[in-house]
Design a protein around this ligand. Structure first.
Ligand code: FAQ
Length: 340
């Protein structure tokens, strides 16, 4: 009786709806598991790796967590570009530590994605072949030293705004990784702001102009980091229902604008948006229209640095082949010794 099919859509129902469509329920056992899972989500429980979960929930998590992990390691490249040219030993040490932190974030996140049954090799293969996405923001170039401060202030600032709610994500291994990541990101944001404040308060006119130019170039791409508007975000509704996302793309973007306008005033820079205006009625800052064509172009692989970034990651993977081979040979040797 329990094996009787409960699939009312026929064998190909899921395929007909597209590969990502939720699979219809197959059995009474599965229905019971699904009901228990839904009740746990509704009650705000956390789901652990060993717990039953619907395929679509698992797939959505692998998609988001792996994109997030890829963003962290691709995100090392724009700042890595300036380690050898940092203006002082103190700034170099801070930048080195920050870039290293981003690598660590990538590792926590790959580990969280692996708990869902997808191997690190599979995840990286998807990145290297252009099948997996990573954040659009890292496809923009870092032209001056002021870009380092601006990335810390705005890019890490946007990242924190988006990531603090993920500390309450319904999938516990992801939520746990995010708690640690957010602590580190908050140091990153402060060091960026402090670097800019130093240039704005103690710098030459040329240095102040350099900060303003960096803010002009990074502002709009940072607003794009939060993803498409809610009414054009195909994944949001389901991810919010499952508690993977807790706050919507547009709400987070607005929160970021509201917080950043005040910080810009203290810094003494102008945000490059003539439509930025306080809206008394809404209790929020209104802002101008985002160039979504640019966003989709960059996400689609045609941003200023997409090819360079992917090329650098593929080269790092190929150059590191000998390390993986050596580690495997060592592991095999140890296993043989133990077996003997
Ligand atoms: N770039 O339906 P939605 C950082 C894609 S880490 C590229 O709204 P979703 C730290 C999206 O994947 C920054 N693609 O999607 C750092 C989807 O495509 P798919 C990364 C984007 O998942 C700082 C399609 O558009 N943070 O900065 C972007 O519900 C400094 C439709 O979008 C995270 O990954 C984008 N900006 O919401 C490192 C946080 N936006 O997969 C170094 C976790 C959307 O269907 C230096 N992720 N897309 O083919 C999230 O919160 C979500 O995944 C969103 C997108 C909000 C990014």
């Amino acid at each position: 009786m329990y094996t009787q099919a409960m699939d009312t859509m026929g064998k190909d129902g899921a395929d007909a709806q597209g590969a990502d469509a939720p699979r219809p329920l197959r059995s009474a056992d599965e229905l019971a598991l699904q009901e228990r899972f839904d009740a746990r989500i509704d009650a705000g429980d956390f789901i652990e790796a060993k717990d039953w979960m619907p395929d679509h929930y698992r797939k959505t998590l692998v998609r988001q967590i792996s994109q997030h992990a890829h963003s962290e390691i691709v995100g090392m490249l724009p700042e890595g570009n300036w380690i050898s040219r940092a203006p002082t030993l103190k700034r170099k040490a801070i930048l080195l530590a920050k870039v290293q932190d981003e690598g660590g974030h990538g590792l926590y996140l790959y580990a969280a994605a692996e708990t869902l049954g997808t191997s690190r090799d599979q995840l990286l293969h998807a990145l290297h072949t252009g099948k997996a996405k990573y954040s659009s923001i890292f496809n923009y170039p870092t032209l001056t030293w002021a870009d380092m401060g601006t990335i810390g202030w705005l890019v890490d600032g946007a990242a924190i705004m988006n990531q603090v709610p993920i500390c309450r994500c319904s999938y516990a291994p992801y939520a746990r990784a995010m708690i640690r990541i957010c602590r580190e990101e908050s140091f990153h944001q402060r060091q960026g702001y402090e670097a800019l404040l130093t240039m704005m308060q103690q710098g030459t006119e040329a240095q102040k102009a350099m900060v303003q130019d960096a803010v002009n170039r990074w502002w709009w791409p940072c607003l794009m980091m939060f993803g498409p508007p809610d009414d054009q975000s195909p994944n949001s509704a389901q991810s919010m229902r499952w508690g993977i996302k807790r706050v919507s793309n547009d709400e987070l973007r607005q929160k970021f604008v509201d917080a950043t306008v005040e910080q810009a005033k203290v810094l003494g820079v102008t945000l490059p948006d003539p439509d930025l205006k306080w809206n008394e009625e809404r209790g929020h800052w209104d802002f101008g229209t985002i160039d979504w064509d640019e966003f989709w172009r960059v996400v689609g692989g045609d941003g200023p640095c997409n090819r360079e970034r992917l090329g650098a990651r593929v080269k790092a993977w190929e150059d590191g082949a000998w390390v993986r081979e050596a580690a495997l040979a060592h592991a095999n040797k140890q296993a043989m010794k133990e077996a003997a």
